[in-house]
Design a protein around this ligand. Sequence first.
Ligand SMILES: [Zn+2]
Length: 356
Amino acid sequence: MIKVCLKYPFFNLSLTAKGVFIALLLILYNPQELQSQKPFKIVIDAGHGGKDPGRPNKSGIKEKDIVLNIALDLGKKLKNSGNEVIFTRDKDIFLTLRQRAKIANDVDADLFISIHCNAFHDHRVYGSETFVYGLHVNKANFNVALKENEVIFLEEDFEKNYKGFDPNSPESLIGITLMQEEYLDQSILLASLVQDNFTKDLKRKNRGVKQSGFWVLHNTYMPSILIEAGFMTNAREGAYLNSKKGQIDISNSIFKAIESYKKAINYSADNQPKTINNIIYKVQISASKRRLELKSYNFKGLKNLSRIKQGSIYKYFYSSSSDLEEIKEKKKYARSKGFSNAYIVGFENGKLFDVD
Ligand SMILES: [Zn+2]
């Protein structure tokens, strides 16, 4: 016993000293603070791959190879500047659209960036365009989504996997959901920044920010864009897209757009609330015997979720701050999202108490 005490001097301390020590530990080890250090998470989706080479063109260059090179280079740059990067594919493999969206949703990414190249029967057409999800306003946008959705036909049982969706008719996607509406402004912001950089830095022809019914954008629960980096069917642009310089230029422009986007939305790894007096307020949105994953799609699009277990009941919370006024606003927001009974709770040193 004496040996143990010598080895672990903690046991020899007075109660007060132990209290101080534990309080210090609590301050140092605050899960909320740890969570706030999480890096910005970006899912990069190189279109096509494996048995799906992408858009056909006569010059023999492959969309799947070009977009993979751009994606890998972009990922490297983003990682080097402290972001967390997840690739839907980092080699030449086939992935379904469902798998791509699922990867992004499972990691609860902050952004989803899908990279593609375009093709057109008129070889004079060139330029880059960036899409956000929406209902296509014209035939040209419809056709781009049609082509990118076509990969679904390569899946054996696509009728079962994409029930109700006809790849020949992107209109069969249901209308824009509340969740995508919430992210639409941010998606458009990022898409515009990408297009601006292509135009200003690279002097590329700007075909604009557009909306269309891409299956993969429809099914991700975060700001999402799909970049058509240029036309492989145009001789000059095709050669540029297929060159190392072109691919690095393009990834540079996307990288800079993402960094500007983060500034614009005020993202910083440590801009999360700090705790004062060890009291944190949260909005309790539901309680249930079921253990739900803390994914925004389980909670009507809300992010910043947490959960505790009390007895056999799981309690689910939205947001977290030491500022009660801020949490009151969050409560209003949660209620507007359909959690009509949402109310404010507080945690003092980890112990739950009711505020409302
Ligand atoms: Zn494509």
